[in-house]
Design a binder for this molecule. Structure first.
Ligand code: MN
Length: 419
């Protein structure tokens, strides 16, 4: 049922060698054309209008007029998106003349991507953020509970998470306004209200659901991936000073709810299948409903760069890897539904911050600057950063290298604008 485009396959569409979007990727997204949203895929630097190909009889008719990835959701066939992607790969394969030689249709259906017209790939109905990056959880523990073990006793038993805010999920390129919040410094007698002084990012991946569990039945861990449409990059913007004051005892609330950015392209698990690896050892053994075998994790490079208003180009500040997740995507979804929670197509689940093992692989400013005690130097301007300042642009990227090609997510950008 999984549909892999072989490494040797090439397209008649020219794809730059370092592109994240060869024929092996074919993600889903949404772009406005003449003001109207259209469901698209992407190859190289071109978008492919899937609704238009459906109207021309080259893709299933139910995709006619499709606006975004929510139009891929089919309750009668939740995995239909896989065969759509398989048919698209056939149409774009170098030896296939059907679309290649129909210049009128080709020129309508394939078009250059205007970054300003890129939309959310689909509007999530719910947003959940997990805490599955074990090095991030350990770093935060070391900073905030220095005299205790870095991981709390529950960490290796439960995929920790919280319900986030779906209405403020925005697409890459959307400016992020510095939020106001209530904070209280260690030496302050009482809290005050104002713009956060500790604006931060969190490097994460996330997945959109293609299907839910209408009866509320728990989704078994071994079937969980079949409910996922695909992955996006996620930046879970965080106000650390607000978070520190508000999070006891119920967890993050307004420190996170003001904005969450996602990359424009939903990359399917099929496109990532060749980058599967075994997960890190889970000790103690998880409870039976979380037990999963096989290659449950993915080897994928994650990068963060920062460009201040004075810099002419971004500076790479962190390089991590998806393999540092303790809990797999499937374990997260199995856990979420284990109590009978009804989940729905379009729901967005994020992994939690994915930090690596070293100082330069941390997925947040909190860790990179070690709570502000170790400022980062910007080489070009000599500026120092502990947390983000107005005008700073954070860009995240993720990719994996196959034999002679690269599959990735493109860029996830966000600029901090004044409160
Ligand atoms: Mn997070």
């Amino acid at each position: 049922m999984r549909f892999l485009v072989p490494a040797s396959t090439r397209s008649w569409v020219e794809v730059p060698v370092d592109s994240h979007f060869p024929i092996q990727n074919l993600p889903f997204g949404s772009i406005a054309r003449e003001g109207a949203p259209r469901l698209v895929s992407r190859i190289g630097d071109l978008a492919v209008d899937l609704g238009l190909l459906a109207e021309a009889g080259l893709l299933p008719l139910w995709l006619s007029g499709a606006k975004d990835a929510s139009d891929l959701v089919r309750w009668e066939d939740p995995l239909a998106f896989r065969s759509v992607r398989a048919t698209l790969a056939e149409l774009l394969e170098s030896g296939n003349s059907r679309l290649r030689d129909d210049s009128a249709l080709r020129e309508q259906a394939l078009f250059a991507i205007d970054p300003a017209a890129v939309r959310l790939p689909m509007r999530p109905g719910a947003f959940v953020d997990f805490y599955s990056g074990v090095h991030h959880a350990s770093n935060v523990g070391r900073m905030f509970r220095p005299d205790q073990p870095p991981l709390l006793p529950n960490y290796r038993h439960i995929p920790i998470g919280y319900n986030g805010r779906a209405s403020t999920v925005v697409v890459s390129g959307t400016d992020i306004r510095r939020p106001h919040g209530q904070t209280k410094g260690a030496n302050d007698e009482s809290p005050s209200f104002g713009p956060t002084q500790e604006m931060d990012f969190e490097l994460e991946l996330g997945y959109f659901l293609a299907s839910g569990n209408p009866d509320g039945a728990p989704i078994p861990v071994d079937l969980a991936e079949d409910h996922m449409l695909g992955l996006t990059l996620v930046n879970d913007w965080s106000a650390r000073d607000v978070q520190r004051w508000e999070y006891v005892p119920l967890g993050p609330f307004l420190a996170k709810s003001f904005a969450t950015s996602v990359s424009p392209w939903i990359v399917t698990l099929d496109a990532l299948a060749l980058f599967r690896i075994g997960g890190m050892p889970q000790d103690p053994e998880p409870l039976p409903y979380l037990q999963q075998s096989g290659r449950t994790q993915f080897e994928m490079v994650l990068e963060v760069s920062l460009q201040t208003a004075r810099m002419s180009q971004p500076q790479l500040i962190a390089r991590s890897n998806m393999k540092y997740l303790y809990w797999s995507l499937a374990q997260q979804l199995a856990h979420q539904t284990s109590n009978g929670t009804r989940v729905e197509p379009g729901d967005l689940y994020a992994t939690g911050t994915i930090s690596g093992e070293t100082e330069d692989s941390a997925g947040s400013m909190l860790e990179l600057s070690w709570r502000g005690s170790r400022p980062l130097a910007m080489r070009e301007t000599g500026e120092m950063r502990t947390f983000l300042e107005d005008g700073d642009v954070v860009t995240m990227s993720a990719y994996a290298d196959g034999e002679g090609y690269r599959v990735g997510f493109g860029e996830l950008r966000g600029k901090i604008v004044p409160a």
